[in-house]
Design a protein around this ligand. Structure first.
Ligand code: PLP
Length: 289
């Protein structure tokens, strides 16, 4: 029997093909909303508290107020219910949550009086990139053309989409974004590198998304006494990078062994990358975050 394919939209569950939103939804006309993607392993959501906090911060950041009965915690419960309903309690899946400012005639300013936000939650079977994680993969560099609030997880992903497409056309897994001569992050991941023996990543400011995997990994690195410097890697330092990797909810710790068609270090996943990959894998498997 084929598994059900139910999604949640504004308080109701529907077969995915029957869920409907208005053409006047502000997500459709303006990309006016925020989202989260969580990992679920054997029916258990990973790092839910971190995702809930970030969703709340993104909502506050663009001034969307949830209805009284709604909250990120409630959305996580709905995600768990969808996993059960859709037979995704075994193996891996992702949970997608999106909140838009709601449905209103098309005017740039917020609807006045406010309208209820549109809440959409869905789950999808996920297959980890196990082979790529072993061999490592490639990235290209690309200008970071995004706005000044990359710390909010908004639906406005056009610069990310265009950079990701450029990477795909060049057979690469990720586009490494460059702003003012430094690496900010990837189109869909956070970026880490080892320069002169030090593990570095961009600090959490308005130019990067505070990745949940990044946060979890920072804690794990601490436990291993691996120091992580939050100092951006300059483009001028890239020739001295001996290891590179990206992190994300679906990327985990993904080694980058080739950048702009040139090998990184010895062209193989580095030792620090491997250690961090291993501990993140253990943390995901045990659900401890
Ligand atoms: N940076 C960007 C631009 C992203 O879109 C994402 C994830 O979608 C990340 C970083 C990684 O964040 P997380 O670890 O929370 O998935």
């Amino acid at each position: 029997m084929k598994a059900k394919d139910l999604v949640y939209l504004n308080g109701e569950f529907y077969p995915r093909s029957e869920a409907r939103i208005s053409v006047e939804d502000r997500a459709f006309v303006f990309g006016d909303g925020v989202y989260e993607v969580l990992r679920a392993i054997n029916g258990r959501l990973f790092a839910t508290r971190f995702h809930n906090d970030r969703l709340r911060r993104s909502l506050d950041g663009i001034q969307i107020s949830l209805e009284e009965s709604d909250s990120p915690e409630r959305f996580a419960e709905i995600g768990a219910e969808l996993l059960r309903e859709n037979d995704l309690m075994q193996g891996e899946a992702t949970v997608y949550m999106q909140v838009s400012r709601g449905v209103a005639p098309r005017l740039h300013n917020f609807p006045s009086p406010p309208v209820p936000p549109t809440v959409y939650i869905s789950v999808t079977r996920f297959k980890p990139y196990t082979d790529l994680a072993q061999t490592g993969t490639s990235a290209i560099s690309h200008p970071d053309l995004r706005w000044g609030r990359c710390d909010l997880k908004t639906l406005n992903l056009l610069p990310n989409v265009l950079a990701a497409q450029k990477a795909k056309e060049r057979g690469a897994y990720e586009a490494m974004l460059i702003r003012d001569g430094v690496v900010t992050e990837g189109a869909k991941t956070n970026f880490f590198g080892v320069v002169d023996g030090s593990l570095r990543t961009h600090p959490c400011d308005n130019h990067i998304l505070p990745g949940i995997t990044r946060s979890v990994l920072r804690g794990l690195a601490d436990d291993l006494d691996i120091s992580l410097e939050e100092t951006p890697i300059k483009v001028s330092e890239l020739s001295r990078v001996t290891e590179l990797f990206v992190t994300g909810t679906t990327a985990d710790v993904m080694p980058i062994v080739e950048l702009d068609d040139r090998p990184v270090g010895n062209g193989k996943p580095g030792e620090l990358t491997r250690r961090l990959q291993k501990v993140l894998g253990e943390s995901l498997a045990s659900g401890s975050a």
